[in-house]
Design a protein around this ligand. Sequence first.
Ligand code: SAM
Length: 291
Amino acid sequence: MFTKLGQNFLTDDSVAKQIVDSANLSPRDNVLEIGPGKGILTKYLARHAGRVLAVEVDRDLAESLQPVIARSAATKQSRTETGNTGLLRPPAMLRKAMRAGFARNDKLTVVKGDILKINLPKLVERENFKNYKVVANLPYYITSKIIRLLLETKYPPAEMILTVQKEVGERICAKNGQESILSISVKFYAEPKILFYVPKENFEPVPEVDSVVIKIKRKKSIPNVDVKKFFSLVRSGFSSKRKMLANNLSSSFRIPKAELWEWMKKARLGRGVRAEKLGVEDWVRLYRFIL
Ligand code: SAM
C-alpha cells in the first residue's frame, strides 16, 4: 500500500532495537533521525546517543512527539521557535519523555521541516552536530534524494543506518557487475553494506515490498576528481542500458569509437564492457583518460 509521505510505521519494538543497536551508539554520538514518525526509533536513539535531532515533515506527527514540549509550557524552558526552520527544543525532564525512555529532555530536538528543503548545514552548525550519525527509516518516495543529500552535504554523517525498500538497498549495495548510477553515486563517497532484512508485515500500513537495513559508512577520502564532470561521465556511460559503454560514451562525447577504445584499453577496460560492470576505481581511471 502506498501512503502519504511514505508513512509506513515500524510496529515491532524488537526490530527498532535491532536497528538502533546496529548504529553502535555511545553517549558521545550525535544522531540525526529523518522522519521520526511516531517515535519508535527515536526513544531508543535518545536512550543510547548523546543527542538526537529528529526532522519530521508532518506537522501532526512532529506535534505528537511534542508532549515533550507542550507539557513544559509551565516551565521556564518552554517551547521556543527560532527562525524559518521551526526549531523546537524540548524542555527539561518531561514526564512523557521519561516514560518513553528518554534519559533527559536535552537529548532530543524535534524539527518540523522537510529534510530536502531545510538548510541542513546551518542546522548542523547551530546544533554543533558536525560529527554525527544518521539513523532513519526513510520515506520511500524520496530515499535516493535523501541519501544523495546526506552524501553531498557540507557536513556529511560519518555513518548512516537506513531502512529502505529491499530492491533499493540491494541496488545500492550491488556486487561488481550489477552497478547502477545509484550504486556508483553511493560508493563514490562511502561503503554500503546490507545488515538485515525486515519483512513488510513489520510496518503499518503494510507496504507492497519488504525492507532492508543498510549501513553506509563514509570513506576516509574520496577520489580527487571534478565531481560534476565525473558524474556526467558516469551518466553518459549508463545512458542507454542496452548499449555497450563504448557506444554510449562515443555518442555522448562525440569521440570516434576507435579513439575511445584506446582510452578504454589504457584504463584496462575491454571493448565490449557494459557500464554496470565498472566499479568506482574503473570510472576514475576512465575519467583520467577521457576528461
Ligand atoms: N521512523 C518512523 C518509524 O520507523 O515508524 C516513521 C518512518 S516512515 C517510513 C517515514 C517518515 O518520514 C514519516 O514519519 C514521514 O512523515 C516522514 N517524512 C516524509 N517525508 C519527509 C521529509 N521530506 N522530511 C522529513 N520527514 C519526512
